[in-house]
Write a protein that binds this ligand. Structure first.
Ligand code: UTP
Length: 223
């Protein structure tokens, strides 16, 4: 199988080296059986830097480019945990990621262009690579009916169609560093190519493997 992971930056940032190695080991195990791409998010570093740049009067596009650099920095940290088995250079285009995959079973990348998040990069990469599965490992354990951090009555949705995902994500604002289960652009890409997608809690390393099959504890997107 060809699997694309979107690994939220909040999952990697703040982890001690042993836990980072844990993620590396699981990904290397998965890559023994599958072609794996991992797109790493910006996490806390992105948020901090974006907030400071915004306070200094930087444009949203400029804040986005700061966020992109943070994702690439986190991607390099994950590469450090992969025992030299992933390319040391982070691809700066989809084409370069695909080329890198000819030599490596595991390719790590970060963000690419302003106006989106790494979820969108991972969905687009899934299209380019004709991936069998897109796994969004993030800070929440799936898509909720509303924001679980502010609404105690929010319920997790076990299964939904790509069209339903688009409806939910369209309510989210598109601002640098904004909070959402999935980027609305990613949802549109998942919808147009009907990419089988799982949204799972990335803090539990075991979820990276569990999400390969559709029986996991997050939200499964499909028709
Ligand atoms: P993330 O993909 O980490 O976004 O990129 P996020 O959803 O805010 O973070 P998580 O998923 O909770 O960790 C961080 C920021 O970098 C910029 C955006 O501003 C984004 O919010 N970015 C990232 C881009 O502009 N383009 C990209 O391709 C990737």
């Amino acid at each position: 199988m060809i699997i694309v992971y979107s690994l939220g930056g909040s999952i990697l940032a703040g982890q001690d080296p042993e836990s980072l190695r844990g993620y590396g080991k699981v990904l290397l195990e998965i890559a023994k059986e599958h072609q794996v791409y991992v797109v790493v998010g910006g996490g806390r570093i992105a948020r901090e830097y974006i907030e400071k740049a915004r306070a200094l009067g930087a444009s949203e596009a400029f804040c986005d480019s700061i966020g992109i650099e943070a994702t690439r920095l986190n991607a390099l940290l994950l590469v450090a945990a992969l025992e030299g088995k992933a390319p040391l250079e982070i691809p700066c285009s989809y084409q370069k990621a695909l080329l890198a995959a000819r030599l490596h079973r595991l390719v790590v990348m970060g963000g690419l262009y302003p106006g989106q998040t790494t979820d969108a990069v991972s969905a687009m990469l899934a299209e380019y690579a004709s991936a069998d599965r897109l796994i969004i490992a993030t800070s929440v354990d799936g898509v909720y009916t509303s924001d679980p951090e502010t609404d105690p009555s929010a319920k997790r949705i076990e299964r939904m169609t790509p069209a339903e995902l688009v409806l939910i994500t369209n309510r989210t604002e598109l601002k640098a560093g904004s909070r959402s289960p999935v980027d609305p652009l990613a949802a549109k890409i998942i919808e147009r190519s009907v990419i089988p997608t799982a949204i799972v809690l990335g803090k539990e390393i075991a979820n990276l493997k569990k999400a390969i099959s559709s029986s996991h504890t997050g939200t499964e997107i499909g028709i």
